[in-house]
Design a protein around this ligand. Structure first.
Ligand SMILES: NC(=O)c1ccc[n+]([C@@H]2O[C@H](COP(=O)([O-])OP(=O)(O)OC[C@H]3O[C@@H](n4cnc5c(N)ncnc54)[C@H](OP(=O)(O)O)[C@@H]3O)[C@@H](O)[C@H]2O)c1
Length: 234
């Protein structure tokens, strides 16, 4: 892994991923909306920025060229297929052997075997409807995006994040295949560690075509179920 691309680099997750990637000595190319380029001032001279919307196919084709890995923040913004357009462009244009890592939340299910709390179901139902009615966010399009990824022959990993909090790193999160597994019950991960897991996945072949649901390694549920937690080497 020498050169990687981060799609959606200017957000919180994107910036944490940039820190972890630079710490590993990777060359970083990033795509973000033109109005967000200033958010990356502290990385000036250390990364290459390609301004553009992440569902702009021409921008993505240029950005991912020659990259060994692509980290994509799947953001369900707007109602114009932003997430699915972004995912499709990455799937279409990334180099054939590239590792493709995508972020989303626990509400995404790969095989329908996740067991959700009533709170998460209610949140997705109510927030999803209101946000779509206001044309702000389309959670269904994030579902469409991940369905396209799950159906692809590419070397993908879809990392499903729990609720997030800020704070110092606690190390790599642990993961399980299904939301509802007791090891995930604490439903909390440090945002920097979500990013750490995304960057780690680039070089962990055991995560190819997996959709790990993650939780912080120091949470009560992770500590209570060490056998059930899927760990990745630090
Ligand atoms: N927040 C949570 O609690 C949570 C929980 C689980 C999983 N996740 C997943 O984590 C990822 C990022 O979450 P985050 O909370 O950490 O947010 P974030 O890193 O701040 O990312 C938000 C992304 O959306 C972009 N964005 C914001 N407004 C936009 C707009 N109107 N149009 C287009 N793009 C826009 C941002 O780009 P700009 O810099 O240009 O604004 C940024 O790339 C997502 O895949 C999400 O599904 C989040």
């Amino acid at each position: 892994m020498k050169r990687i691309c981060i799609i959606g680099i200017s957000g919180k997750l994107g910036q944490y991923m940039t820190e972890h990637a630079l710490a590993r000595g990777y060359e970083v190319v990033g795509v973000c909306r033109p109005e967000s380029v200033d958010k990356l001032e502290r990385f000036k001279g250390r990364i290459t920025i390609i301004p553009g919307r992440t569902n702009d196919r021409e921008v993505i084709a240029r950005a991912v060229q020659g990259c060994d890995g692509v980290l994509t923040v799947l953001a369900p913004w707007g109602t114009e297929n932003y997430a699915s357009g972004t995912a499709q462009a990455v799937l279409d244009f990334a180099d054939p052997g590239a590792r493709l890592i995508f972020s989303c939340g626990w509400h995404i299910s790969r095989d329908g075997k996740d067991r959700y709390s009533w709170k998460l179901k209610a949140f997705v139902a109510v927030f999803g409807k209101i946000a779509r009615a206001l044309r702000l966010v389309d959670l269904n399009d994030q579902v469409e995006a991940t369905n396209r990824i799950f159906g692809s022959e590419r070397l993908w990993t879809v990392v499903r994040g729990s609720d997030l909090e800020e704070g110092e790193s606690e190390g790599l999160p642990v993961w399980s295949r299904h939301v509802g597994d007791p090891v995930l019950a604490s439903n909390l991960t440090r945002r920097t560690d979500f990013a750490l897991f995304m960057v780690h996945a680039l070089t962990d072949d055991r995560l190819i075509r997996e959709a790990p649901a993650i939780v912080g390694r120091n949470t009560a549920s992770a500590r209570a179920h060490p056998q059930a937690a899927q760990s990745v080497p630090a």
